[in-house]
Write a protein that binds this ligand. Sequence first.
Ligand code: SF4
Ligand code: SF4
Ligand code: SF4
Ligand code: FES
Length: 846
Amino acid sequence: MIELTINGKEIKTEKGKTILQAALSNGIKIPNLCYDKRVVPFGACRVCVVEIEGQRKLEASCATLAGDGMVVLTDTPKVRKARQAVLEFMLVHHPLDCPVCDKAGECDLQELVYEYGKPNGRFVKEKKHSPPDTKGPLVELTANRCILCGKCVRICSEFQGRGALGFIGRGFSTVVQPAFGEAIECDYCGQCIDVCPTGALLNKSLKYKARPWTLEEKDTICPFCGCGCTVTLGVKDGKILRARGREDNGRNEGNLCGRGRFGFDYIYSENRLTSPLIRKGDELVPSSWEEALNYISDRLRNIIDSHGPSSIGAIGSPRCTNEENYLFQKFIRDVIGSDNIDSSAAFGYGLAEKAWEMSFGQSGHRIDLKSPAGKDVILVVESDLSVTHPVFGLNILKAKRNGSQLIVADSRETKLTRHSSHWANIKQGTGVALLNGIMKVIMERGLFDDKNTLKIKGFSDLEEILKDYTPERVSEITGIGVDELVAISETFAKAKTRMLTLSVGVSENTKGLDMVLAAANLINLVGESPDALQIPAEYANSFGLYQMGIRPDAGPGYKISDNTGKGISDMLYWAGPNMPDIRDADNGSWEELDKLMALKALYIMGTDPAVTFPDSSNITRRLKSLDLLIVQDIALTDTAKLAHVVLPASSWAEKDGTYTNAEGITQKVCKVTELTGQSFPDWQILKNLSLAMGKDLGIEDMGDIVEEINSLPPVHILPVNRSFNPVNYAWSEGTDVSYPLNMVVRDLLQHAGSMSTRSKTLGLVSSEARIEINERDAERFGISDNSHVRITSRQGTVYLKATVTDKVPDGTVYVPSHFPHSGVSTLTCHSARKGISMDAVRVEAA
Ligand code: SF4
Ligand code: SF4
Ligand code: SF4
Ligand code: FES
């Protein structure tokens, strides 16, 4: 630490900090326009100048290191005069169009000019004339308001890892523009809007809708991915008009991706439900709440009487709050008497949790968004974390910038592969083989602590399985060289600190439980702490719903249930771990099995399995065969369209509650806007439905639910109890002459699940599913860029537009599953147990 004096105040700061950083961290304000702590100081604006005792020249405090014993003055007449001159110079070219600028009222330039007084006007005023560039879908650039501070250019390139903006031209004519004049590589994150100190970069969707001082701002948690970012919503006349990040605010420290910043308008989608609906023939007809609740109550009672409570199942929601999921499972377990309850986490977080329990004997797998910081080696396997968990992705990039070795094993080019120290360009879906190969090399070279590792249960089984994963065979499977595999293995094994990370979820089809177990095996082999394995829960409350007991085998607080119910596989696919005996014994047709085992009723809250779950044609068939399908959601989803009764629920912004992010941190979700139509928060619907069924859940208000959750026995942190769970590399589908291409399902940056596809603003960037195909494959199958393509798998056929790109490898096509109208999930299959479900397809020009 060093000591210095600023404005007579003695302060301490770490060595290597600038005067500006030392001042700000000690609550001393120094005006600045081009400083942002996330990027390297630029020293462009000179507004931050200060006087340093013993020096004649004023120095830019953002670019001058604080020195021991330094005496600094930040607000002397000399300093003020210099700042005034700097501002005067900036205003020479500025259009001074504050009356029509959306930034007015929260513009740093305007604030400073106001504070330092009207400039003298000593210079000849030559204004820049450039109309706003409105070509971009989300960001508007008005170059003549730009003061060339470079913050946008640096945040985009250094921090966001994109480099979509650059300075074009020289001297007077210099302007900020998308690189090459067109935003081709933009994330549409809007970080550049947040950092711009003037009205040069503006949020198009807010234009002329509200002055900053007319917006009432409130913090809440983003409803999309598991990062759990804090967003500051701006509300006017009861309507959310913008979302922004505020420096250092929340787990995201003010950073947001495009979903969090622009996607909130999904709540204003035209297909929001405004009243309950009951099926009458082929139609869903509006009804009163009383009618709908009585209808459900009567039908459920009849089904319980005729078929028993275990003929009823439920699917909870990672979009709903902890309190709602808690009440949902309580309703299903206590009022209905069934343990058949699960969620989309069965395809994602549930697998991470299962592997965590099997490999380390612990419950509640959580990540730390900041875990990448300071790691010697970060290994990412078959995951585009900059897309699935953008803020976690930013922290991985930051760690790389600060010296971590980033090794990314992936089949396609991504932002992470581009920024990696090493891109292991493996074939899609071969991550398990790669991890087994790494372990084999580590074992053969004795790069593990054999004294402790040999004692771990399952070591000899692991050794046995790894016999088949010689570097040569793994090289053949993965497509990477033997030397490359050995180098990656040695680097990972020899690192002093390391992290292995991957994503797993319902919208990806190249990873399953095997992948997570293989990753955990590697962590055990190198004797790392389980925390070195970082698998983020996928959606806003995937972690929380699991804790609240939305799983068939455990109630709230990981309390293992005596009566294990049916999970997703059993309820929707008849292929789950509880089913083989019945199927083998019966040896009958699927229809007979349906009759024998099918649920009679399903209650689905805030999930759209007919769109987002794999093998969705089969799911649709299953849902249609039910005696009663209840769907409670905010919009008329494809699943809701199949329901017997649909209940309108409030969106995330219309209710209070909590989400628990992938770090296991529970954060408040706030009501910022009024209810839509006759919708109600999910917990109120459940409370009223229980009363209609003659049972009182003992809940009057939200406070009662919170009290019940808080009274759950604390989760005991169990000691680490390691086991190896060896897995083989296996696919459930292979390519052949009829289906010659592998189809990889992956997320798009603008979307999380299908809910975000209702956002008109996000739709301006990404509104349709496209199939990405390599140039050579496109030529082979007669497909041109932008043309329509028929895609056929063993499960079904869909039509999509093609993007021909060299970013994807030969023999593989990539598709996203977010868009309901694309039907991509009808192509995929469900792998209930081992292996991965990557699907084989053929493509033809349509
Ligand atoms: S929106 Fe994001 S990626 Fe695009 S230019 Fe701005 S900072 Fe860069
Ligand atoms: S557009 Fe804004 S952030 Fe970018 S250089 Fe100009 S003033 Fe700075
Ligand atoms: S989608 Fe995820 S990363 Fe993006 S703002 Fe929301 S929580 Fe943050
Ligand atoms: S903030 Fe220091 S020169 Fe701009």
